[in-house]
Design a protein around this ligand. Structure first.
Ligand code: FE2
Ligand code: FE2
Length: 208
């Protein structure tokens, strides 16, 4: 880990331990050079996070604990979405659809078929995406204006909690064999985060 890596002190130590590597400093610079795309893509990510939680509500109707956690998570992600849209509006940024980073798809393509494997993998991927988002918000905070920094400090807290929820829901299903599966996805995630990318996104790799 580089000594120059700085982040907001609210970032939970458990998240840094969970991820294989911190966000490269070159991504942070890239984000600061692309403030509009950062917010537009951030809005997209919140919307997608809500829809992932919603799809679990439809698929696993007999799991009360999952339903309760995912219903709350979907509400919170939609609230975050609303907050980003409002912030963009205040800054005169027009919300327009932009192409997705290869990140989420790069993780989901490894999700196994058949239950409970499918659900376990989807929950692990959910935990990883929440953990990385939390880490990226914390990495950006020291460089942001006060309005955005304040918003992102709140998100470090809620996305950190989402990471814990996803992990808890996954562990419940496979208390003994989960570590190996987590390690597999964590490795894929580190590859995606450190690989060169042509376009900046919230979950992109480093500038090519
Ligand atoms: Fe969120
Ligand atoms: Fe989240």
């Amino acid at each position: 880990m580089s000594a120059t890596v700085t982040h907001d002190p609210r970032l939970p130590e458990a998240i840094l331990d969970f991820l294989a590597c911190p966000t490269p400093a070159s991504w942070v610079d890239w984000a600061l050079d692309n403030p509009e795309i950062l917010l537009i893509d951030h809005a997209q990510c919140e919307k997608k996070a809500a829809s992932t939680a919603m799809s679990l509500l439809y698929r696993y109707v007999d799991d009360a604990e999952l339903l309760t956690k995912m219903a709350r998570l979907a509400r919170e992600e939609l609230l975050h979405f609303e907050q980003v849209v409002k912030l963009m509006e205040g800054r005169g940024i027009t919300y327009r659809p932009i192409g997705a980073a290869r990140y989420a798809e790069g993780l989901r393509r490894h999700v196994r078929g058949g239950e409970p494997h499918r659900l376990i993998d989807v929950l692990i991927v959910g935990a990883i995406i929440e953990a990385r988002s939390c880490e990226r918000f914390a990495r950006l905070i020291p460089f942001l204006d006060e309005e955005l920094a304040k918003f992102y400090r709140g998100l470090v807290k809620s996305e950190g909690r989402h990471y814990e929820d996803y992990l808890m829901l996954a562990r419940r299903l496979a208390p003994e064999s989960l570590d190996e599966r987590i390690a597999f996805f964590i490795e894929r995630e580190a590859e995606l985060i450190t690989m060169p990318d042509t376009a900046f996104r919230f979950h992109s790799g480093v500038p090519a």
